[in-house]
Design a binder for this molecule. Sequence first.
Ligand code: CNA
Length: 316
Amino acid sequence: MKDKKVDAIKKIAKLISDNPDSKVIFLVGAGISTSCGIPDFRSPGTGLYDNLAKLNLPFAEAVFDIEYFEQNPKPFYTLAKELYPGNYKPSKFHQLMKVFQDKGRLHRVFTQNIDTLERAAGIHSDLLVEAHGSFALNHCISCKKEYPQNVFKDKMLAGEEFANCEECEGLIKPQIVFFGENLPRKFFLTWDKDVTELDDKSIVVVAGTSLAVYPFASLPEEVPKATTRALINLEKVGDFKTNPRKCDIFYSGSADGAATELAKELGWLSELDSLSKLLETDEESTENVASGKEGEAAKVDSIVKDLEKLELKEDT
Ligand code: CNA
């Protein structure tokens, strides 16, 4: 490990060890799941947007745009089938957050991810805020009838092109927050409460996010000045870049690498390893698992190929 990374890990670990009554808040994004084989949005080359931009969509983000979905849901359904939860297992970073929970040191995880891997790692729902929703809840956008998590998988596996409501034939959509939709109330209520509890012994760890999607991206700015903010990411982003603070910590590298090093420094490596072994032997979570860079690249290829088959503009 390079010196700067060692320094960053040591500083984070020291703050956590020196303040045994303090708890950690994690603010995370797609970068903590790329090692699981799920592409993120914005990494150059491997990110979904670079790849979707080559397609005949009106704009790359259209797949997650509610107005576009109402006109043409096929691209989203195609993507949803590929990114469907259950096809992946949690990364080391997810597992480390679970170890924080087991040690009684987890205050909250705010995630932008929709892959439900925090749940798969065993994070309790009261310690988890899925800011952009998830595949776990589904409803008809016309009559609002609710559907269980497996509604997409079942319909897609049955070869159906659309997930239509049994009652009114409306489109079924997971409660993933699309551009143009509001975030869940739980996000605002929980953050407003949590932020008031932060002090000079607390630490907020931001990981695997470009901090480009608001309002989530503004959370690090709202952390009180006395509280340490740590960024674990491949690049410096958001407020860490534009408005750095003296006590900020930056670990430039992979989230999984940081997770292992932090566990080592905290003396929690055996707990992390035990959890990894447990998840590896969990048949459900290892089914069809794609992993690492190869998994991510293969996944992007397969998404793009499937989307290419759609006549994206003619349906709009
Ligand atoms: P993003 O904009 O794609 O940014 C990802 C960030 O993570 C970038 O800054 C990368 O440099 C960084 N990164 C990538 N790989 C790693 C790694 N191994 N270790 C550390 N850092 C890494 O994604 P955001 O989460 O910031 O954007 C928010 C969007 C992405 C939300 O609306 C999500 O719903 C959406 N999204 C979620 C998933 C998922 O659920 N896994 C996948 C793709 C997109």
